[in-house]
Design a protein around this ligand. Sequence first.
Ligand code: SAH
Length: 365
Amino acid sequence: MSKRDTVVGPIELKGLPTLELEKLFESSGIKRYRARQVYDAMYISRIDNVQEMKLLPHALRETLDSAYRTESVHLKTLQVSDDGTKKFLFELLDGSAIESVLIPSEMAEEDGHPRRRTLCISTQVGCNLGCVFCATASLNLKRNLTSGEIVDQYLQAQKHSLKPITNIVFMGMGEPLNNYDAVMRAVEIFNDQRTLIVAPRRTTLSTAGVVPGIVRMADEKRIIKLAVSLHATTQGVREKLMPIARRWPLDTLMDALEYYYQKTHKGVTFEYIVFEGVNDSSDDVKRLARFARRFPSKVNVIPFHSIDFTHPEGFGAQLKPSTPKHFQQFIDRLRAEDVHVLIRSSSGKDIDAACGQLALSDKAK
Ligand code: SAH
């Protein structure tokens, strides 16, 4: 564990896959089989308080209570949008804060109830990638989240949803592939057959293009869905939007994604924010279509959400969402090139909960 991952206070019980929890218990002189009981109590019975784990003997409950903690994130405020989106502001033990967003989507015609409930979770406190269009960039990076803090965002949010959360996306604050181990531990718990939290095909990780992380996912044959924030079709424009492009250029990124496809037989989803006059030309459409044809993939076209409340400077301050007409034209042209296009909705805009708007804005504090 690096210094950045250190959290003060008692050891977290949440966030360890069964085998690791067994090792932790054994090294503390607790019987190995107790680990599975505690694991099931946390993720199946959803018990947050060790004292309520009645299956455990009194003495063990006392030991666990004094040396460990089950609560990793603490709900501070909950905002509800006109469209039903919920934004959670969680406080961590060290006083840091993060946000998660619960988005009801795909209204089912028959009963008017949303068919999917997607939870967007954070992986870092702040972010150091500096994408000029993203509100989280204004916070800088404070530290990585622990796997317990990642898993607990789901467990706490679920308490505020009448129906089960059906999908998890690592698209909140931070870059998940810069916190690889903790994120993958959380994925193991989410996708575990015992917990039945969500299936791998309902778990999506979005990266700004951290090439070594993509290669590692390929080598480890990680079969959760992979989304990549592309946002440009030329190296020049991408560098202006996302400084990470200097470290891992577009062609290196595309090679890594092709490698991922060869290893996992899984395609990727390209995320593409359409900025007026920056990345929305007919040449962009042609280049984007060429990328999308290299291996099976989809393009998720995203409207640019305002981040004016963070007072962006330089190139970021000049960015504008494309007009509705140009946005539609861009989609039509892509479809004419046989690209599978998805359009991301802007749920939760009124409470700054839409993509790229998570910055612990004053409204949320
Ligand atoms: N660091 C990861 C995940 C967090 S961002 C990544 O970069 O993919 C989740 C998605 O929201 C990304 O596709 C990101 O590019 C997009 N996004 C960021 N700021 C946005 C904004 N202002 N409007 C619309 N989408 C934005």
